[in-house]
Design a protein around this ligand. Structure first.
Ligand code: HOZ
Length: 425
């Protein structure tokens, strides 16, 4: 495959953008090589600047559950843009999508829209602190909740892949209020409540970890978090930026039957446009300005074009059978890959929930940070590059989720499996 144009563009980018990218995970530092510069996408496919075509399992890191350039989403964006791209004043579309979110989540009466998942989680922490009057928060090793200061401690995603899980520039005073626990280990959470019974404002968790690769919650883990936080008067914050409207229409909360106090959303609710949101009960959300004393604002929040894309996406996800079909497709891909790897005698552990999954090059079951860290990064990197040569674009990191969209066809799955067989050979 010729990738000359991508190489040239990356060289140019490095002169004017730090590391040539606007988000470190895109630099391919975790797998080596030159990132692809993409020019267009349709359905399950993307094309790079040299005209090479790929089956895409990155799907913009999760938002594109309907695939690229979905017709109804593009029409909604075009219509909204033609009516004005930003007003900095309320618009009716905000009411419509807020109602969709409140209807989807039993735990949400009110929701505030922001511009990214980072803003959503950052605001959720401020809200939890304002509501409880407490300062400390508990997060999990390998959990990634965007790049606000308090959350860049033992962080996953690009921070983990680049070896900077504790970012420079985060002062000790910020980090000291962030307590770390181990995912799927309730005792490690309980220990913090024993040490600081009256100081913990919230526990923030990705209910299905997605930024150290996909790690599902073990039986009882989320219920245990619910019980511990309730017992100690702390709030439970679910970061459903990836899982919201992904694993079920009502996210991980619907899937596992556990309600959070504050839910953070992003990705899918923006239909490929920049959107985040945080929501909860009317009582908790009454703390947010202008109702209450916790301040948070944004010129482009609730942007009409982004709201239109989100509405068009959620409407399609409300159609019967969408999640069953997505799950079945992802299951057949996972089963096929497991078989291909077994035939090649290469150890592989696939963690999958619905249409999100990670291929861990591990011999042991992957249940948390330690087992994630034991994966064969180089092996993944070789597989990634061989798949790319085959025209299959996987996430360029062993610690990210791959996504199946409604646009992926059975043919795409079969082609991917044949590619994997050759890639391993
Ligand atoms: N935080 C995203 C992965 N979980 C990466 C976003 C990007 O680099 O575009």
């Amino acid at each position: 495959m010729n990738r000359e144009r991508s190489i040239q563009l990356y060289d140019t980018a490095k002169g004017v953008i730090p590391g040539g990218v606007n988000s470190p995970a895109r630099s391919w530092a975790a797998v080596g090589g030159n990132p692809l510069f993409l020019t267009r996408g349709t359905g399950s496919r993307v094309w790079d600047a040299d005209g090479n075509e790929y089956i895409d399992y990155v799907c913009s890191w999760g938002p594109l559950i309907l695939g690229h350039a979905n017709e109804r989403v593009v029409a909604a964006i075009t219509q909204a843009a033609s009516e004005g791209t930003s007003f900095g004043a309320p618009t009716e579309r905000e009411n419509e999508i807020a109602q969709f979110v409140a209807d989807a989540y039993e735990s949400i009466d009110m929701v505030r829209f922001v511009n990214s998942g980072t803003e959503a989680t950052m605001s959720a922490l401020r809200l939890a602190r304002a509501y409880t009057g407490r300062s400390k928060i508990v997060k999990f090793e390998g959990g990634y909740h965007g790049h606000s200061d308090a959350l860049l401690v033992a962080a996953g995603s690009g921070a983990l892949a680049h070896g900077v899980p504790d970012s420079a520039g985060v002062t000790e005073s910020f980090a000291q209020d962030t307590l770390l626990s181990k995912f799927n280990d309730l005792a490690s959470v309980d220990a913090h409540f024993t040490s600081f019974p009256d100081d913990i404002a919230c526990v923030i968790v990705e209910p299905i970890a997605g930024n150290m690769g996909v790690v599902p919650p073990q039986d009882g883990f989320l219920q245990g978090l619910r019980d511990l936080t309730t017992k100690h008067g702390a709030l439970l914050v679910f970061d459903e930026v990836i899982t919201g409207f992904r694993v079920e229409y009502g996210g991980a909360q619907q899937r596992y039957g556990i309600n959070a106090d504050i839910t953070c959303l992003g990705k899918i609710i923006g239909g490929g446009m920049p959107v985040g949101a945080y929501g909860g009960s009317a009582e908790v959300m009454a703390t947010v300005a202008p109702l209450g004393a916790m301040y948070q604002a944004g010129t482009l929040s609730g942007n009409p074009v982004a709201m239109a894309a989100g509405i068009a996406t959620l409407k399609q996800l409300q159609e019967p059978g969408v999640y069953n079909a997505l799950g079945a497709k992802a299951a057949s891909l996972a089963a096929g890959l497991q078989e291909v790897f077994a035939d090649a005698e290469v150890p592989l552990r696939i963690n999958r929930v619905g249409s999100m999954m990670t291929l861990f090059f591990n011999t042991e079951e992957v249940t948390g940070w330690e087992s994630v860290s034991a994966s064969d990064r180089e092996g993944f990197g070789r597989f990634f590059h061989n798949m790319l040569e085959e025209g299959v674009y996987l996430p360029p990191s062993p610690f990210e989720a791959m996504f199946v969209s409604t646009a992926h066809t059975d043919d795409d799955i079969q082609t991917t499996l044949e590619s994997a067989r050759r890639a391993l050979a």
